[in-house]
Ligand binder design. Structure first.
Ligand SMILES: [Zn+2]
Length: 373
């Protein structure tokens, strides 16, 4: 079949809101028997070892820092007479980012560190699950691109939605089984200053930059070859976005608790679709629900959190198989059987999922599962 290059502008919006990299990860899982799953067990009654496994699954990163020798090159062309200044380019190890105004030294360092830390985080995760664009240091010609905007008006003028806090967009070749680097072009992250805590004059607003939006969009960029269904796409980006950042390192050990507390703060949740419908939902539908006030973003990250943490090491393994299957273009429903694992049936899995959150104080209700017409 002839392959055609289709222009797919995927605007992945974030509506909510508010030396080598130093990676410490758990050891290899070879030879270790899968631990009993903690998904339905009251954590108060779990052993310390099991509790620790929930926070830190095997091979999952624990803390991630940017490379020690983080260096940065700044460049800005002098405008010719009559031309407007085209802003400043900053180059780090894996990124080239553009800013319309000169960033203060503090902002330059903070942003460079955050870019590289987010990349290092995806690289660290790729040891446990496939993240094809963040496996190693990127060659100069393939540095990832981002544009920062001093005002919301400029951000919207560049094509971003006024409701969004950040966007990742790309042109992808569709219909290929497993996408390669050459199948994605013109991809870039767009983020307004305000989303990362930078003043319009390029200075820092506070001591620490806001990491969530930038890390979320960078994760989209790093997972862009995976061809993920929308729940996993937004779920992974939200997940990495939620990892607590102190200005120097991303602390994965505290991510699980952060997400559980976020879910708890929402009160009871009711969804007008079954969990299976959600896991097979198309992008447009998921965004439409979000627009209508159904928090599909939070549900997405709760799903990732469930597989990565609550099902403990076995869940990470199943999630890895699921992602590998989707990357290879396997049928959505077939790939899902990896995640349903022992529950097998969608209705049974839905029940297990609801119970797992209920024992942690989060009440979720889905619509009853029924086979698609
Ligand atoms: Zn997103």
């Amino acid at each position: 079949m002839k392959r055609s290059l289709q222009l797919i502008i995927s605007l992945l919006l974030l509506l909510t809101l508010s030396l080598p990299p130093l990676i410490e990860a758990q050891g290899a899982d070879d030879g270790k028997k899968p631990a009993p799953s903690g998904k339905n067990v009251d954590e108060g009654k779990m052993s310390e070892a099991d509790k620790e496994e929930i926070d830190k699954p095997i091979k999952w990163p624990t803390t991630v820092r940017p490379p020690r020798n983080l260096r940065m090159k700044a460049s800005g062309k002098k405008p010719k007479r009559g031309e407007e200044h085209d802003g400043y380019h900053y180059e780090t190890i894996n990124y080239i980012f553009h800013s319309p105004v000169k960033l203060s030294t503090g902002s330059q360092k903070a942003i460079a560190r955050l870019f590289e830390c987010a990349y290092a985080a995806n690289m660290a995760i790729s040891k446990a699950i496939p993240i094809h664009r963040a496996k190693k240091r990127r060659p100069s010609k393939d540095k990832l691109k981002a544009r920062l905007f001093a005002t919301m008006d400029d951000y919207v003028a560049a094509g971003a939605s006024a409701n969004s806090a950040g966007v990742f967009r790309s042109t992808k070749r569709m219909g290929v089984k497993s996408m390669k680097e050459k199948d994605i072009i013109d991809d870039e992250v767009l983020v307004p200053f305000d989303s990362i805590g930078i003043n319009p004059d390029g200075s820092l607003q506070g001591r620490v930059v806001d990491s969530h939006v930038l890390v979320h969009e960078i994760t989209h960029q790093c997972t862009a070859l995976n061809n993920l269904p929308i729940w996993a796409n937004e779920g992974m980006s939200e997940y990495v976005g939620y990892v607590p950042y102190d200005g120097y390192k991303l602390n994965f050990n505290k991510c699980y608790r952060t997400i559980v507390n976020k879910a708890k703060s929402q009160g009871d949740m009711e969804f007008p679709f079954s969990l299976h419908e959600f896991l097979t939902m198309e992008q447009e539908e998921a965004y439409a629900y979000m627009g209508a006030g159904v928090n599909t973003y939070l549900l997405s990250v709760m799903c990732v959190c469930y597989f990565v943490h609550m099902e403990q090491n076995l869940g990470v393994r199943n999630f890895r198989s699921y992602l590998s299957d989707t990357y290879r273009g396997k049928d959505k429903e077939k790939a899902l059987s990896r995640l349903y694992a022992r529950d097998k049936k969608p209705e049974k899995f839905q029940k297990t999922f609801e119970t797992a959150w209920a024992v942690r104080g989060v009440d979720i209700k889905f619509a009853k599962y029924s086979k698609k017409k």
